[in-house]
Ligand binder design. Structure first.
Ligand code: ACM
Length: 276
């Protein structure tokens, strides 16, 4: 059982290969696969229940759900309660007239929050509304969790804001298509903030409406010292976890003379960066 004194927790990713539009089957398959690992926190990919390569906004709308109340969130909440653990999982959220590329944090039967993707990638700009609520840190008793989604990786501000607000672990549900960039960049996001990062990517090819997308897999758990603690190949469907030492993320000293956050020279950074 997690409590505020714990220094070690198990974190993991599930790398999936969803069938486009087959929501119930995708959710049940993800739940089945997730049972292969025992972990306190499991990250599922972006849009894990629907697939990613939507034809148009109408199709996004048809596959969307309200949060809470929708079947995917309800199923994740039930499973998280039964297993006394936390899921972070991506799905299309419908809220009034808006459609968001969102991720839920479902922890031991409780919806801790929803992150709506801020930095939309490519055609997502015509399919979704951009998130406007920013980046939140969730206190899960024994550790602090932040969430970014996929393309957010290329904006270091996202992970920085989360780390400055206390995140020790950053969940990164993804459907990555640019070959290999993000997996490398996430090593930098981890070391520059001294946090653990967990990227859960998907695999396979989606060819719809003349558009073909190949997803890059290679999900990974990265330490604050840039070590890849667990990873998947580019093609496998797999769940992996790793026992992480949270003390490493809480200690921001790089040398006895260098505290990562205290040493920032915010007055010397121009424009908006000076506020970070
Ligand atoms: C992406 O943001 N899904 C590439």
């Amino acid at each position: 059982m997690l409590d505020s004194t714990l220094d070690f927790i198990k974190v993991g990713f599930l790398q999936t290969h969803p069938s486009f539009g087959k929501k119930t089957a995708n959710v049940e398959e993800a739940i089945r696969l997730s049972r292969q690992v025992e972990t306190d926190l499991l990250i599922l990919p972006e849009l894990f229940n629907t697939g990613y390569n939507f034809l148009d906004r109408k199709e996004v709308s048809m596959l969307s759900e309200e949060i809470p109340g929708g079947p995917t969130t309800t199923r994740l909440l039930d499973e998280s309660k039964r297993r006394r653990m936390t899921f972070v999982a991506g799905l299309v959220e419908r809220s009034e007239d808006c459609l968001y590329n969102s991720a839920v944090v479902a922890s031991r039967g409780e919806l801790m929050g929803v992150y709506r993707k801020v930095h939309l990638f490519s055609r997502e700009k015509i399919l979704f509304n951009p998130g406007r609520d920013g980046f939140k840190v969730y206190d899960l008793n024994s550790f602090k969790l932040g969430v970014i989604i996929c393309f957010d990786w290329i904006f270091p501000e996202a992970a920085r804001v989360l780390a400055l607000n206390g995140a020790e672990v950053i969940a990164h549900p993804s459907n990555l298509v640019l070959q290999g960039f993000a997996q490398k960049a996430m090593l930098a996001r981890a070391v520059e903030n001294r946090v653990y990062t967990v990227t859960a990517n998907r695999v396979g090819v989606e060819k719809r409406g003349g558009r073909r997308l190949r997803y890059t897999g290679k999900s990974q758990i990265v330490s604050p010292e840039m070590k890849i603690l667990a990873s998947a190949t580019a093609r496998e469907v797999v769940a992996k976890s790793y026992n992480i030492d949270l003390r490493m993320a809480r200690d921001k000293y790089i040398t006895p003379h260098n505290d990562l956050f205290q040493d920032r020279r915010t007055k010397l950074y121009s424009g908006i960066l000076s506020q970070l």
